[in-house]
Write a protein that binds this ligand. Structure first.
Ligand code: PLP
Ligand code: COI
Length: 340
């Protein structure tokens, strides 16, 4: 398969229109068969709940080209389960797992020439989405839904890749204590736009969100989860009902335990006790692992391992996770689905 002419190694996390996307329509209690289309715009009713009341959600996962040229997805079943958990919170219909994974597979296959080759460091980012549509005005669930998946070849989310970047603790919240923080809904991201702009304006890559109830504990790092490596070598990550359960984070927890015999803890991480960590990072599908160089809080930049060098534990976790994702390392937990 000949590939499109792109400078794969220079890609950033930016929109590129690829050839095909999948779309399916839910009406009268059932999904239609769904199909691939070429048009990258949709027409929806002016009263759609997605427009007015934020009844919508999305997912993010990646396809990787292996050394032997085959393409594989990383844990699409977990993205499907999380989309359905979000759908429950937003009172939207489930997309059955088989339909979700089939849609992802169809989109990857149809856009094979856009899937970055092995060794370029780039990947194909898949963006499944689910929105409430149809004629409506009241604050209530929509009468119809659209489920779609599109894809984009991408490079690093934070432009430095596996180089440390600095973050700033935000005074704003992305979600409420018993709100929608654990659901992947657009409203959480809408709430993050202004804090992000302010952080970027001050020269930081993004913000760290603290727990919305007390503002004493770390919750999220922009659109990624937080992890820290304690000075005694444990992998620690916050436990909270208002953070998004990151598939990357749970994969790293397992890698830390199974591959490296590390102690792992999901628990409170206090912003005024950062000294307990030798290293820290942000993790997520788009972010992969982004080392946190420094974290600015209350007038002071707390530097973890280094502002310029990636710590040794972060690096070995990264190498192992990415090795599994690209098919270079064994996949004992059966996280990989090959695109046939
Ligand atoms: N937290 C937020 C707010 C996110 O948007 C994401 C991205 O999906 C993550 C964490 C990381 O989750 P995952 O590892 O499943 O991509
Ligand atoms: C992801 O990592 O998939 C995200 O959703 C992060 C961001 C691009 C929204």
């Amino acid at each position: 398969m000949s590939k499109v002419d792109l400078d794969w190694g220079k890609l950033s996390f930016s929109y590129i229109k690829t050839d095909y996307r999948y779309i399916s329509h839910w009406k009268n209690g059932a999904w239609d068969a769904g199909s691939l289309v070429t048009e990258n715009t949709i027409t929806i009713a002016e009263g759609s709940t997605a427009i007015h009341y934020g009844q919508q959600c999305f997912e993010g996962l990646k396809a990787y080209t292996r050394a032997d040229g085959k393409i594989q997805l990383f844990r699409p079943d977990r993205n499907s389960a999380r989309m359905n958990a979000t759908a429950d919170r937003m009172v939207m219909p489930h997309v059955p797992e088989a339909k979700f994974i089939d849609a992802c597979m169809q989109v990857v296959k149809a856009n094979e020439k856009w899937v970055p080759p092995y060794g370029t460091g780039a990947t194909l980012y898949l963006r499944p989405w689910l929105i409430g549509v149809g004629d409506n005005i009241g604050v209530k669930p929509a009468p119809e839904y659209l489920f779609g998946v599109f894809c984009i070849p991408v490079g690093p989310y934070f432009k430095e890749g596996l180089k440390p970047v600095n973050f700033i603790a935000s005074e704003y919240d992305r979600a409420a204590p018993r709100g929608t923080g654990a659901a992947k809904v657009g409203g959480n991201y809408a709430a993050s736009l202004m804090p992000h702009e302010e952080a970027a304006h001050k020269g930081y890559a993004d913000c760290v969100y603290l727990d919305p109830a007390t503002h004493t504990k770390i919750e999220e790092v922009g659109a990624a989860n937080f992890f820290g490596i304690t000075k005694t070598g444990a992998f620690v990550t916050p436990l909270s009902p208002s953070i998004l359960p990151s598939i990357t984070k749970y994969s790293l927890l397992q890698v830390a335990k199974d591959n490296f015999g590390m102690k792992t803890e999901e628990r409170d991480v206090y912003i005024d006790r950062l000294d307990e960590f030798a290293e820290a990072g942000a993790c997520g599908t788009a972010a992969v692992i982004t080392p946190i160089g420094g974290l600015f809080y209350k007038g002071k930049l707390h530097v973890f391992h280094s502002e310029t060098e990636t710590g040794p534990v972060t690096r070995k976790l990264y190498d192992t996770l990415v090795g599994i994702q690209y098919g270079d390392l064994p996949d004992p937990a059966h996280w990989i689905r090959v695109v046939e």
